[in-house]
Write a protein that binds this ligand. Structure first.
Ligand code: PMP
Length: 420
């Protein structure tokens, strides 16, 4: 049934054996400890398999030291592992080498890096930046504020009733004054898989750069920067079996080369005098100060872990669970699901149950041990467009099963009946 041995994968995630939840007989009475965990919140943060936890422990137990500067052996070992982690990330997304991979704290910091280092310098009145209505706040708020500071206009490609980008509107938004097109690859709310390559062609026809927010796509499907034709791509380790505190910015080498640093300090300089300074080579020019060394090394271990399963297999598994969840929730009745049909979306489903607030729903589901997200998922303007303040979201990853989807659907059905 599954494209790989999901039970064997689950064995690498001891957290999945945890018991949580309250008693469904007395809802809302707080967390209990006797209900099996059904974790359907990986779009927010995925779990971390043993080999990745081991990589972190091994670093601290065996070769913990600061990178780059040291001549002693531990520092050299840490430096090699940390630097090679950039190569692993580069290979994973088809970048040409470590020069194109800057480690950041997360997707948000990668966005801000480009917005500050490139946007503040290059944008001005008369220019425009094109986003979509389904952007995460990480990109929406960032470009909105850079727009205010530089006088550049920020435009939003509209979303159709089916939850797709209106590509005719995209063609109207992108013009000769467009400097940057920044669009989410897979929407964290609608599940829509956006046509980034098509947008990149449009943008490049007008000499604009393209920035894909890969926070939901890079963890869940094969992503190749050459195939997509993007100039920038951002993603977070914690959504792809890695630790928190580490993410990556891919940038085309000549663009990164032309950009000023974002943070100044140690490790990013070549020569400093009282009057002036020069910068290190890429990517270190953008990694000021002591970086997240253990996290960077573990990020590479996470990529090795998911590559072992195979990104095509991960995508097939996501597709299977998304379609099954969509169909089963739809069949329940009284459930409004947002975004495109079940057979054409990323591995997440956002929805509302008639007469039940998403927060109440999530709290009842917690009593059944089912962990989902409720709220605006950092897409408030999109929720305004949908005409709701909040939604519930179930999201799936490589360790989830159809039985867990059944547990979700059963609990949603119970919640709907409770409020009927
Ligand atoms: N973009 C998208 C599409 C996301 O789903 C998220 C995480 N919810 C982010 C950006 C931000 O990721 P992070 O919090 O790791 O910076």
């Amino acid at each position: 049934q599954y494209p790989f041995d999901v039970e064997a994968v689950r064995a690498d995630f001891p957290i999945l054996d945890r018991k949580v939840g309250g008693d469904p007989e007395s809802p809302g009475e707080g967390p209990g400890d006797d209900t099996p965990l059904v974790y359907l919140d990986s779009a927010a943060t995925s779990h971390t398999p043993d080999p990745v936890v081991d990589a972190i422990a091994d670093y601290y137990r065996s070769y913990n030291a600061n990178v780059h500067r040291g001549i002693h052996q531990l520092s050299q070992e840490a430096s090699v592992a940390y630097e090679e982690a950039h190569d692993t990330v580069a290979d994973f997304i088809g970048a040409s080498g470590r020069e194109e991979i800057v480690f950041t704290k997360n997707t948000t910091e990668a966005m801000n890096l480009v917005a500050y280092a490139w946007g503040l310098e290059e944008l001005g009145p008369g220019d425009n930046v094109v986003l979509s209505q389904m952007e995460h706040h990480a990109s929406l708020v960032t470009w909105q504020q850079i727009g205010k500071r530089t006088g550049a206009d920020v435009r939003f490609i509209e979303v159709t009733d089916e939850g797709r980008l209106d590509m005719e509107h995209a063609a109207e938004c992108i013009d000769d004054d467009t400097q940057m097109v920044s669009v989410v690859h897979v929407s964290n709310t609608l599940g829509t898989i956006n046509p980034i390559a098509e947008l990149a062609d449009l943008a490049h026809d007008h000499d604009a750069y393209v920035f894909a927010d890969g926070a939901q796509s890079v963890p869940t499907r094969p992503v190749d920067v050459e195939d997509l034709g993007v100039d920038f791509l951002a993603f977070s380790g914690h959504k792809m079996c890695g630790p928190t505190g580490i993410g990556a910015l891919y940038g085309r080498e000549e663009i990164l080369e032309s950009m000023q640093p974002y943070l100044y300090g140690g490790d990013m300089i070549r020569r400093v005098s009282f009057e002036d300074s020069t910068w290190e080579d890429l990517p270190w020019k953008f990694e000021a100060g002591t970086p997240s060394i253990a996290q960077g090394i573990a990020f590479a271990a996470a990529i090795e872990y998911i590559e072992e399963i195979g990104m095509e297999n991960v995508r097939a598994h996501e597709d299977l669970l998304a379609e099954y969840a969509y169909d089963e929730l739809d069949a329940l009745g009284g459930v409004e699901i947002y975004g495109p049909p079940g057979d054409d979306r990323g591995g997440l489903v956002a929805f509302n149950v008639e007469g039940v607030h998403a927060h109440d729903l999530s709290s009842i589901l917690n009593d059944y041990g089912v962990a989902i997200r409720a709220g605006d998922h950092c897409t408030q303007p999109l929720h305004d467009e949908l005409g709701v303040a909040a939604s519930a979201r179930a999201s799936f990853y490589l360790y989830n099963t159809t039985e867990e989807v059944d547990a979700l659907v059963d609990a949603v059905g119970e919640a709907r009946d409770l409020f009927a």
